[in-house]
Design a protein around this ligand. Structure first.
Ligand SMILES: [Zn+2]
Ligand SMILES: [Zn+2]
Length: 327
């Protein structure tokens, strides 16, 4: 299904779901671009795209939040999994929970239970939790590192792979710290898609811990190497079709590139991180950056410029004093 749909079409969509369609290939959805002047935008805050009969992508409009987070709903026979809950807690401005709940099928008059999980604990991936907090049949996975270890049963973090059984649909969970210390990625056996949050996306790969990130990239590459991966779906799209980054905070994403990366990108990530200069590196489908390091370098440069300026002033004053003394 190629067209993106809005929340209003969700009920109609539920009737279409579970028709036994095979998983689709890379998505060619066109997301609403947001606007430079959001006050004049009439685009809905949330857009839903059906990837297959039981897999949905939800995307926050850049005007609702410049982060424009992507979220993923995977429905099994017995329960459903929401990967990330986005940047906005207020249901009046982001109807996330109502949209997701309307997408869940019913069994004997009861909606399938839902697990709200997170790729990691950055706020733009979990603010929407608040909307699910009081809903029956919903479990919200803890986003902190200890909670993640406990919930998925990781004994040797960051080694090991956990499984979620959604009922006829197994989802593998892999630790992937480095962007932040509790990051995980998901591999869905049904669609063969790899859901990577901020670990791997068409945009900025923001490094917090370079060693952990590289080790995670090696583990994830080893996991996918001999497995089918239909597409790699991250938490944001920050590149246009020409490979240019949107400025940080941009609410307008004209000519956005395809949301999907590929298995080749996942396999290329370890070498890209091994070669990372620690500051900034551009690759075909992503940019690696270390804002903490960049900030430290900037601070160092400012200190150096100030020191040089002070040294210059002191030298000038000394010369003048010497000139006066010899006059
Ligand atoms: Zn993040
Ligand atoms: Zn993010």
């Amino acid at each position: 299904m190629k067209e993106a749909i809005t929340g209003a079409a969700v009920l109609l969509l539920c009737g279409l779901a579970f028709a036994g369609e095979p998983p689709t290939g890379p998505s060619d959805v066109r997301w609403n671009p947001g606007a430079e002047d959001c006050a004049t935008s009439t685009q809905p805050p949330l857009q839903v795209h059906r990837l297959d009969a039981a897999t949905f992508v939800l995307r926050q409009n850049p005007c609702a939040s410049f982060e424009a987070n992507l979220m993923y709903l995977l429905v099994g026979d017995e329960r459903a999994l929401l990967i990330d809950s986005g940047a906005i807690a207020d249901p009046a401005s982001m109807p996330l929970a109502s949209t997701v709940m309307a997408l869940l099928p019913q069994r004997a008059g009861v909606r399938l239970p839902l697990l709200v999980a997170h790729t990691h604990s950055h706020r733009d991936h979990r603010e929407g939790d608040a909307q699910f907090a009081s809903l029956p049949g919903v479990e919200i996975a803890p986003p902190d590192e200890q909670g993640v270890r406990r919930r998925y049963g990781f004994r040797q973090w960051p080694d090991g792979v956990a499984q979620l059984d959604l009922g006829g649909r197994i989802v593998h969970v892999l630790p992937a710290p480095g962007h932040n210390d509790n990051h995980i990625v998901f591999h869905d056996e049904r669609t063969r898609a790899l859901f990577t949050g901020d670990f791997l996306l068409p945009g900025r790969l923001t490094v917090d811990d370079a060693h952990a990130f590289e080790a995670s990239a090696q583990r994830v590459a080893a996991f996918v190497r001999d497995r089918p991966v239909s597409q790699v779906l991250g938490g944001h799209v920050e590149l246009d079709v020409d490979g240019n980054l949107y400025p940080h905070g941009a609410t307008f994403h004209p000519r956005e590139r395809d949301m999907a990366l590929t298995k080749a990108d996942a396999l290329a990530l370890p070498a890209a991180l091994a070669d990372f200069n620690g500051i900034y590196a551009t690759h075909a489908n992503f940019v690696i950056t270390n804002p903490k390091r960049n900030l430290a370098l900037l601070a160092g440069a400012v200190v150096l410029v100030l020191a040089l300026a002070i040294w210059g002033v002191v030298r000038l004053l000394r010369r003048r004093r010497a000139a006066r003394a010899s006059a």
